[in-house]
Structures are given as structure tokens and as C-alpha cells.
Design a protein around this ligand. Sequence first.
Ligand code: ASP
Length: 439
Amino acid sequence: MAKALGGKLHSKILLGLLLGAALGILANTLLGGRHPLTEWVNHYVAGPLGQVFLRMLFMIVMPLVFASITLGVAGLGDLRRVGRIGGKAVGYFLATTFLAAATGLFFVGVLKPGDAIDAPVKAELMATYAGDASARLASASAGGFGVHTFVNIVTRNPVKSAAEGDMLGVIFFGLVFGAALTLIPAAKAKPLLDLLESLNEAVIAIVGMAMRLAPYGVTALIFGVTSRFGFALLLPLGGYMLVVLGALLFHALVNLSLVLRLLVGIPPALFFSRVRSAVVTAFSTSSSSATLPTALEAAEQGLGVPPKIAGFVLPLGSTMCMNGTAIFEGITAIFLCQVFGVELSLGQMAVVVVMAVITAVGAAGVPGGSIPLLAGIVAMVGVPGEGIAIILGVDRLLDMSRTAVNVYGDLSATAYVARSEKLWDASLVPAGTLAAERA
Ligand code: ASP
């Protein structure tokens, strides 16, 4: 498995990203967005390749979440300790997500990218993506957000939760199951714990196989995006995209670096070099869930965080802690207000920040997971829900970038919790063993 993080593989993934993007833009520029040849390549080559890579990761997410949460809780032993660590993790998730949303609002409020879009461009964008937007809105209203969101965490059927990708349900079952294992006699718990350890190891070996596919999968996924969308959409929405990307970068480089230095006590450059493989995987898959296996590996082997902490905090973080998503949601809501000429009071802005935090916690860690929830915020501030149509075309690129920040935030949370529990500090980062460092 150490090979999966190897420097050579790592460079290959980055090369794949660049190659896929270059080929896609080239195809788009030479042939246009929906040329039969590009469509053929996307349908028969790039699409399937990208899907196989993503599916290899997705197929192990549920067993991995169950095994790592159960082992994490059972490893912590004392249930009061589990509660304390869980409380710390959730506190950290909320605080950094709040900081992220406020940063996003500051950027969009000062730079005002929405004022630059003219009415005809707006109408054209709406017309192109309206169908897609209404489909997403329909799926949003089917779920909704309310008391039942919390009740539903207590899964009725963990197997069904796993089959339907309901991560919180599986996490909850893992928590209860791990707690139960600490309550029965140790001799009775041991066979199951051993079994779960083996499951964990085997699943991580599958990650190794999937990562061998990564360079090709990544090339294919990026080609699919750039060949369809090229530069055409970039022009009218360029300002908006730059504001989102700038705020994401600011949060990762300034806010989280300060947190890493002050609260975690690790130089940000060292931290980044140890978790780079997870950030690259997040960027290429646009999915915090699909990145979980790589993130666990980076935390445990790259940073040296004890598995019982990483295995507990990271699965929670991958669904609850989405710094990048909060930035994106806050900016997009205000951007659409600017486009539609909706003026917000200071109080309404504060509501947007709070909603961005809540929906970032509620969003699923899958590509485009936050879009249905975004519809809720947008409708609340008085912008027509279909307004989301305006940004859908460029969402994949923003999704990749915000997911990278989401995962970076999750990893910082893990290091923070491990440090505050006095189980880890920067001096325990394994020296020079991670090939990614040498790459
Ligand atoms: N794709 C994001 C993630 O998995 C969620 C989102 O913002 O759409 O972290």
C-alpha cells in the first residue's frame, strides 16, 4: 500500500490531470463542445475509464466507514472519551466551516462578481441549464432539511443505509456497534475486532489497486469536463469562478495555515506535503467520500496520527466538515443576489453564513452533493431557485476545488483532535518515509 502513495504514482496522477485538461481543451477548441468524435471518446473511452476508477473507490467506502468507526470507538474504550473526542471534532468542524463561510462572504461582498453579468448573458445561461436545475431542485425538495434529518441519522436498517449511500446512518451504526463491543467481555469482543481489522486491511489493499488506475481515471474524468465545456462558459462566469477559487485558496493557505500553526503546532508546508495524495485524490474525484480511503492512509501513514483517532474523526469529517463547500455556497448565494438585483441586509447576510454552515454539514460527500441544498439557501434569500442554472455549467471545476479544501479541512481536524488528546504531535510525523515527500 505504501506504493500507492509512491512519488512516481503521485507525479503520474498530476501528469494525468494536466494531460486530460490539455487534451480536453484542445478537443473543445478544435472541434467544438459536442462534436461526434469527442462524444464518442467520452461515451466509450473516457467516461467508462473515469467511472471504473470512481467505482473502485466507492465500492469500499461503506465497509471502510463501518470498520474504521467501529474499531475507532472500540479502540478508545471508554465511552466518555468517545463523547469528548466526538465533541471536540464536531466543535472544530463547525468553527472552521463558519470561518470558511465568513471568508467567502467577505470575498464576494468586496469583489461583487455578480454586478459584471449583463442581462442577455444571464438569460442565455438560464435557458441552457434550466432543465438540469429543475431536476436538481426536484431532488432537493424530496429530501428537505428539518427535525427528520436528525432522526434519520438513527438508521432503521444499516444494510439499507449502506446500500443507499447514507453515510450518517452507517456511521451511527458503527458508533453504536463499537460502543457495544466495549461493553461485552473482552474475550467475546476479540474475534469480531480481529475480523474488522482484517476487513480494514483488505479494503485498504483495494485502495492500492484503485490508485493504480488513478492516473488514467483522472485523465479521463478531466477530459470529460474540459472537452465539453472548454473556454466558452469561462468568459461570462470567469469573475465568479475566480472569486470562489480565490476564497478557497485563501482559506487553505491563510486560515487553515494559521490554525495548523497555532492549534495543531505543525508547519503548514510539512502538513501539506504529508497529505498531498489525499488532496489530489479529492480534486480528481470531486468526492470527499471517495477520498476517505486515501485520506485515512495519509493521516495514518503520512502524518502518523493513531488509527483510532483518524478512523473516528475522518469518516465523520468526510460527511460533516466541508469548509470548501461552505465557501462555495455563501459566495454563490450572494453572487446570485447580485445577478438578480436582490439587496441583502446585514442580518440576512448573517443568515446566509449560518445556512451555508448548516448545509455544508448536511451535504453528501459526492460530486455535486451540495447543489440540492444550495437551492434551499438561494430560495431563502429571494432568488428564483432556477438561478442555480447559471452556475451549473462551471460547477464541476469548482466542485473539484472545493472538495480538495473539504478534505484538507478534515485532515486538519484529525491532527487537531489527536494533538489535543495528547496522542500525537508534529514530532511524531514519520521522517522521510512517505514517498510523496520525495516526489
Ligand atoms: N463534492 C463535495 C464533496 O464531496 C460536496 C459538494 O460540495 O458538492 O466534498
